[in-house]
Structures are given as structure tokens and as C-alpha cells.
Write a protein that binds this ligand. Structure first.
Ligand code: TUI
Length: 306
């Protein structure tokens, strides 16, 4: 795990997950200040909005932070250009293949770590010049692939020679150590940081994570090619029912329109989309980010003897 720490000058070998519409500049700066890699989740932002968030993060920390670009965002091309102008040290990507941007990002001195959920895309992106990969298992929250972390991490590690960060199902020092044994050079976590004092989501969303057991999340949208892991609630149950009845992607999108916003900003835990990973079942309290990282490190050291 030293490789990732050295690459970005981190105290902990930890990336914060992209978390669209949640991880703003202030939150990413708080993660970076605490010694891990904060990442602005640009989600559905346009260029002007992301610029504001980058400026905000820069005003709050001198430490490095990254930007996650969600490739289904219609503004992805604009954001890809903006991160070059802003020369952010790290770009991570989600929900697609960022191959066409990599050369330009390298010209701007940016390190590129795409999220992959299959070994096929991992190999393709290594050939396209990715500096590292984030291999994400389907235990994670939000948009997911099919494979578990236990399967996809060692498979990607064996297939490429660039650093691999493990993601999905990691919220303890034991799980960090396990990821290292699988060959990972670092870990990425999202859900555990949702349950932090600094996280800007509604208190009711945090409470739902504390309350959730490990089998209280479900993947919606598999039948229409938009698999998203969320905490089970009225919205999730009705969505799954509509899917079973053969609803189209358009119908389902119409139904979920605004549901992430309802969860994040309004704390609507019934009809909001509460994206969270299976590790929700392990999280029992809301803590400051620094405390979360210290606890992870303590447990990692206890089990590894490092
Ligand atoms: O991207 C994520 N997680 C996300 S993005 C997101 S925003 C959203 N909001 C509402 C509905 C849908 C999305 C919420 N959570 N994780 C990284 C990730 N990327 N997991 C899996 C993938 C992935 C999937 C397919 C990466 C590449 C890919 O490639 C397809 C291709 O073109 O080969």
C-alpha cells in the first residue's frame, strides 16, 4: 500500500469514492486534509459548477485532491477539458470507458485511475495508458458491475502491471488488509465516509446507513442495464416491481427522476434513492473523517503487524 501513498503524498492509502452529487469541493478538501485522497464527485455537474467546487476545495486545502468524472454525464467532454485547465493531480472515472480522454489528461500532468468492474476493460485501459485502476466489486453502492471484490481484484491485479486500488465492500482495517493480500496497492471507500460529520448529505440519509443491515441493500435497474445499489425502501421495492412487470428504461428513469436529490438534500428516506454499499451493515456511528481514518489504520496495523 506504500505505492499509492508515495504516488500522491498521502498519509493513508485511501481514495474517497466519487459519490456523485454528494462529494463536493468542501467534502473532498476535508478528506484530503485528514490524510487520504479527497475526490470531487462531479456527477451531473456542468463545467461552471465543477469549476466552483474545485475553487472551493483549493481554498480549503493545499493537499492534493482529485475529480471523479461520471462518463454518462452529458457534460463529460466539458469537464474533461476543465480538469486539464485546472491541472488537478488525479482523475477517476465511473460508468464508462474514458480511453479517448487519457492522452489529453496526461499532457496536463494528470494521473488517471478509471474504475473498472471487468478484467476486459482493465486490460484495454492499461493499453490506453491509465496510470492505475480502481477495481470495484458489486458490494459497493451506486452503479455496480456483476463481479464481487474477492473475484475482480485479484483477476485485475494478475492481468495488469499498473497499480490497482480495491473498491467495494471495504469499511474496516481487516478488509483493507484483505485487499492488500489480494494484490491491491490501495483502497477506495465511499459508504463509510457517508457516515462522517463532514459529509453534506441529510441527517436522515446518515441515519438510514446506521440502521441498515448488510442485506438491506438491493440492486435496482439490472434488467435495463442500469444497475444501481441502494438501501431498500419504498422506492426500491416499487422500482423492482415495475422492473418485474417489464417497464422500459425510460419509464423507470421517469419514476426515479430526482430521487437521488430527494435523498441527499431533503432526507426523504421513503422515495429517495439512498445509494450505499453492503458495508452499511458494519457502520454504527457517525464520526469525523480523521477519526474514521485513524480507526481504519489502527485496525489495519493490528491485523497486519505493520
Ligand atoms: O460509477 C460508479 N458508481 C456510480 S456512478 C453514479 S451516478 C448515477 N446516478 C444515477 C443512476 C446511475 C448512475 C452512482 N454510482 N462506480 C464505478 C463503476 N464504473 N462501477 C462500474 C463501472 C463501469 C461500468 C461499465 C465502468 C465501465 C463500464 O464500461 C462500459 C464500457 O463502455 O465498456
Amino acid at each position: 500500500m506504500e505505492k499509492i501513498k508515495e504516488m500522491f503524498g498521502l498519509e493513508f492509502p485511501v481514495f474517497q469514492g466519487g459519490m456523485s452529487n454528494i462529494a463536493n469541493g468542501r467534502f473532498a478538501a476535508a478528506i484530503s486534509e485528514a490524510g487520504a485522497m479527497g475526490i470531487i464527485g462531479s456527477g451531473s455537474m456542468d463545467r461552471e459548477t465543477l469549476k466552483k467546487e474545485i475553487d472551493e476545495a483549493r481554498s480549503l486545502t493545499d493537499k492534493p485532491f482529485g475529480v471523479n468524472i461520471m462518463l454518462m454525464n452529458p457534460h463529460a467532454d466539458d469537464l474533461a477539458e476543465l480538469v486539464c485547465e485546472e491541472k488537478v493531480p488525479l482523475v477517476t472515472t465511473g460508468a464508462g470507458n474514458p480511453g479517448k480522454y487519457i492522452e489529453k489528461w496526461h499532457e496536463a500532468g494528470i494521473k488517471v485511475f478509471p474504475v473498472v468492474s471487468t478484467v476486459a476493460l482493465a486490460k484495454r485501459l492499461e493499453s490506453s495508458g491509465a496510470d492505475g485502476l480502481i477495481a470495484e466489486g458489486c458490494e459497493s453502492g451506486g452503479h455496480v458491475g456483476e463481479l464481487t471484490t474477492m473475484v475482480v481484484v485479484p483477476e485485475v491485479v494478475d492481468a495488469v502491471s499498473i497499480p490497482v486500488v480495491a473498491a467495494g465492500g471495504i469499511a474496516s482495517g481487516r478488509q483493507m488488509a484483505a485487499a492488500e493480500i489480494l494484490g491491491a496497492d490501495g483502497v477506495q471507500m465511499g459508504t463509510i465516509f457517508l457516515a462522517s460529520d463532514e459529509c453534506p448529505i441529510h441527517e436522515a440519509y446518515k441515519a438510514a446507513i446506521l440502521k441498515a443491515k448488510s442485506n438491506d441493500t438491493v440492486v435496482t435497474g439490472r434488467s435495463v442495464g442500469a444497475p444501481v445499489r441502494i438501501i431498500k425502501n419504498k422506492m426500491a421495492r416499487e422500482y423492482l416491481k415495475k422492473e418485474k412487470e417489464g417497464a422500459s428504461l425510460e419509464e423507470l428513469e421517469q419514476y426515479t427522476l430526482g430521487s437521488l436529490r430527494r435523498a441527499v438534500f431533503e432526507g426523504d428516506t421513503k422515495t429517495g434513492s439512498l445509494m450505499a454499499g453492503q458495508v452499511s451493515g458494519m457502520i454504527g456511528e457517525v464520526l469525523p473523517v480523521r477519526k474514521i481514518l485513524e480507526r481504519l489504520d489502527e485496525e489495519y496495523r493490528a491485523v497486519t503487524g505493520k
